[in-house]
Design a binder for this molecule. Structure first.
Ligand SMILES: NC(=O)C1=CN([C@@H]2O[C@H](COP(=O)(O)OP(=O)(O)OC[C@H]3O[C@@H](n4cnc5c(N)ncnc54)[C@H](O)[C@@H]3O)[C@@H](O)[C@H]2O)C=CC1
Ligand SMILES: NCC(=O)COP(=O)(O)O
Length: 400
């Protein structure tokens, strides 16, 4: 995918190439001379140890197909407790190093890479988050991120964390934590990051992410709109070009993919009566995005500003391939109404692939055998698709 450098690890050889001879072996396939791996190595941070992250990670890892090789980044004792609470008879293997976890696993086995000191049971009680658990969940996110950035994983998937618990766990980085999206962009020094969600029913992205509502209008600028519209356009054209297994679709439609850019104000500002962000920021941002998409040969038709209520109704009805929102809840309310539990959160623009569940820590049901693992399954599946698609593509330049 063009939004990802093909070798985020720089000029070094991809570790897969070194392992390739014995690891990929017969599992490799070829597409137009490009060596393509048949499986993606996923580093999955298990999220808050007191939330539902450990149990949904466990269930999703146990069910993962051979094309997704999962290493859970977390705490061995927490995973063993999650298996017991869930009544699952699984062999929880503690790894000596993350990379040894990507070999084909046997049924009933999950592999845990624990880069932190073991949490005591009292620090990881379901529904009762602690300061120690807050620090640990951030360390697991960082470790999964670094594995992907070093090329020791093809993608990271994140389990649900609590922003509040992390922020109150101490430490400068933790205090500044607003969400994975902003945190990963900072850690990876990525100049652009866009939060997006994909489900069967709707694909959407946000111009602003975890921001106080009062600060949103100032953050809607031609540049911020252009960046988000561009990356959402990249996502939908890539999803149209690569199938579920990451193979290039044979016949991609020549029709441009319609992408609605939602308004900020009611009725798109009602000709200036109800605000002017549509004319001073959104429309100019769309013009910038159109130029960048065209330069990258992305066949997208940007439409708007469309009054937000209609943009989402029409997006859900299939009139648009995706809808761009101006702020968090404008996108996440329709997303959760339509696809809660199976929508996937994707961070666009980062030098690594990162997907996530759309739900939170759900402390109210943690350890009660009620948590639904579908979201984690879907996040793994999309990360695998994006990873395999990336590995089957020749390098493309990335425009700014
Ligand atoms: N990807 C992430 O790391 C995310 C983290 N959060 C964080 O999670 C914390 C709690 O957020 P809330 O707004 O309460 O949302 P939440 O998603 O944790 O819970 C909302 C409701 O949905 C239910 N629910 C959530 N996931 C479920 C699942 N997989 N199966 C069955 N029921 C499920 C919960 O029991 C609860 O009733 C916050 O600190 C928030 O920042 C929220 C969204 C995403
Ligand atoms: N509503 C999405 C959310 O809060 C998760 O955000 P992030 O942690 O993926 O940045």
């Amino acid at each position: 995918m063009a939004y990802l450098p093909r070798r985020p690890w720089g000029k070094r050889e991809h570790p897969d190439a070194r392992l390739g001879q014995e690891r990929v072996g017969r599992r490799k396939r070829r597409t137009s001379g490009v060596r393509v791996s048949n499986h993606a190595r996923i580093a999955l941070s298990i999220g808050c140890p007191s939330g539902i992250g450990p149990e949904v990670s466990l269930l999703a890892a146990l069910e993962a197909p051979a094309s997704s090789r999962i290493v859970l980044v977390g705490d061995h004792g927490v995973m063993a407790a999650a298996a017991k609470a869930r009544g699952v008879d699984a062999r929880i293997v503690r790894l000596e190093s993350a990379s040894e976890g990507y070999a084909r696993r046997s049924a009933g086995e999950v592999r845990v890479w624990q880069p932190t000191a073991s949490l005591r049971a009292s620090e990881a009680r379901p529904g009762k988050p602690t300061r120690a658990g807050g620090a640990a969940q951030l360390a697991w996110v960082d470790e999964a991120c670094d594995l992907a950035a070093r090329g020791e994983a093809d993608a990271m998937v994140t389990g649900p964390v609590s922003k509040e618990v992390i922020a109150s766990s101490g430490g400068r980085t933790a205090r500044a934590f607003l969400g994975h999206t902003e945190h990963l962009a900072r850690r990876l020094r990525a100049p652009e990051v866009v939060m997006a969600f994909a489900s069967k029913e709707l694909t959407t992205a946000l111009v602003t992410t975890h921001l106080r509502l009062g600060a949103v209008p100032r953050a809607i600028t031609p540049e911020s709109v252009a960046t988000a519209a561009y990356w959402l356009g990249v996502l939908i054209t890539d999803l149209a070009a690569f199938d579920e297994t990451g193979r290039r679709v044979r016949k991609v439609s020549k029709q441009p993919l319609p992408l609605a850019v939602a308004s900020l104000n009611p009725h798109a500002g009602e000709g200036g009566l109800l605000g002017n962000e549509e004319t001073v920021a959104i429309a100019p941002g769309m013009a910038l995005a159109r130029r960048r998409l065209k330069r990258d040969a992305r066949n997208v038709l940007l439409e708007g500003p469309v009054p937000a209520e209609s943009a989402y109704r029409l997006g859900a009805a299939g009139r648009f391939a995706a809808v761009l929102a101006m702020y968090h809840d404008q996108a996440t309310i329709p997303m959760k109404l339509l696809g809660f539990g199976e929508a996937v959160n994707i961070s666009l623009g980062l030098p690594i692939i990162r997907t996530s569940v759309d739900h939170g820590t759900a402390y109210d049901i943690a350890g009660k055998r009620k948590a639904d693992p579908r979201g984690t399954r879907e996040a793994i599946s999309l990360a695998t698709r994006l990873s395999l698609a990336r590995s089957s593509q020749p390098k493309r330049p990335r425009s700014r």
